[in-house]
Design a binder for this molecule. Structure first.
Ligand code: 3EB
Length: 329
């Protein structure tokens, strides 16, 4: 019998189409392309432009056959062990971000209920013009309200709050993009002792708190991964530092603290940064890419693959953020 592994994530050269020919590929992410242009259920174009010189695609591979299809506006791909689902809602069909985000999360919830893999492990959100609008009219805050309204629609269910990332895509992008990874059994959520739990953020950050956990431990057939949420320079609930280099240091302190908490909860020596893993590094101002890259090279072992993307962060004073997946072995 072939040993079943969970998930193998890597950055690869070549086009999405080339990688999609492999039947063990669960998903291929390409960058700088509108999510409305997906041409295969396993292809997830992400609007954020890549900042590194050599263009890559992010490839998620699994063992066993991958099936794929569509369900309402959502496309999905699944192996025996996990499902990747994604949707892109054309904002021109909605009356604002709140409505679009609520609808996106209603679709995701409805899909998960009928899926053999109904437990979300991590959800990524790419929100056009995330910082547009003042105060509570800011696009990100409206996104949070829509998400919260959908998640709490069914009071008999505990709120599903897996790890998440919410990053701003270009203002002229038309699609709100949401995609996720889900499994049959619930993961273990991990919070960061250095940070206030996001769902307890005070009112000053918006009418509804962001619903996500700082990290989720996923276990599939003895193969474990730690899915890290978008991690920025937030200590307690406040933004720290007004320059990018210091924010990178603080973000990585948060990632290390979160990983330490995951090890403590599991009574294990893993996960650590350096275990096979990948990071997406989001940079608000493209002119700061080289600097971010240099700082990260001093902090993170080379084995951790990474890609640099231009993306706005959900608070205007946040200049950079990272998220990632780390194998626990
Ligand atoms: C923060 O720590 C930064 O709204 O889903 C990080 C990860 C952030 C996920 C979300 C927001 C989200 O508050 C922002």
């Amino acid at each position: 019998m072939m040993l079943e592994h969970g998930l193998r994530v890597s950055y690869e050269a070549g086009s999405a189409d080339t990688w999609l020919r492999d039947s063990n590929v669960l998903a291929v992410f390409s960058f700088g392309q509108s999510p409305l242009l997906a041409n295969d259920a396993r292809h997830v174009p992400v609007a954020l432009p890549q900042l590194d010189d050599d263009p890559v695609v992010e490839v998620w591979r699994v063992d066993g056959t991958v099936r794929s299809g569509s369900w309402e506006q959502l496309s999905w791909a699944r192996s025996d062990n996990m499902t990747m689902g994604h949707l892109a809602l054309d904002l021109r069909d909605y009356d604002g971000m709140l409505q679009a985000s609520r609808h996106a999360y209603e679709i995701v919830q409805d899909f998960l209920r009928q899926s053999p893999h109904h437990c979300p492990m991590k959800i990524w959100n790419y929100v056009p013009g995330i910082n547009v609008g003042e105060g509570d009219d800011e696009c990100y805050r409206e996104f949070c309200v829509g998400r919260a309204e959908a998640w709490s629609a069914d009071p008999s269910e505990q709120p599903a709050m897996p790890a998440a990332t919410a990053i701003g895509s270009p203002e002229d992008e038309h699609a709100l993009q949401v995609y996720f990874l889900a499994t049959a059994l619930p993961g273990t959520n991990v919070e960061n002792p250095r940070q206030v739990n996001a769902w307890h953020y005070p009112r000053q950050y918006g009418p509804r708190s962001p619903l996500f956990s700082r990290g989720t431990l996923m276990q599939v057939n003895g193969d474990r991964h730690f899915l890290i949420s978008g991690t920025a320079s937030v200590v307690g609930h406040e933004t720290h530092h007004d320059n990018t280099a210091d924010q990178v240091h603080e973000s990585i302190r948060n990632v290390r603290s979160l990983l330490a908490e995951a090890r403590r909860l599991q009574g294990s020596e893993h996960p650590v940064l350096g275990d096979a893993g990948m990071l997406r590094v989001y940079v608000r101002d493209p002119s700061e890419y080289e600097q971010v890259k240099r700082v990260l090279e001093t902090l993170i072992p080379d084995e951790v693959q990474r890609v640099y993307l231009q993306g706005d962060i959900c608070r205007v004073d946040l200049l950079t953020e990272v998220d990632g997946i780390v194998a626990c072995s």
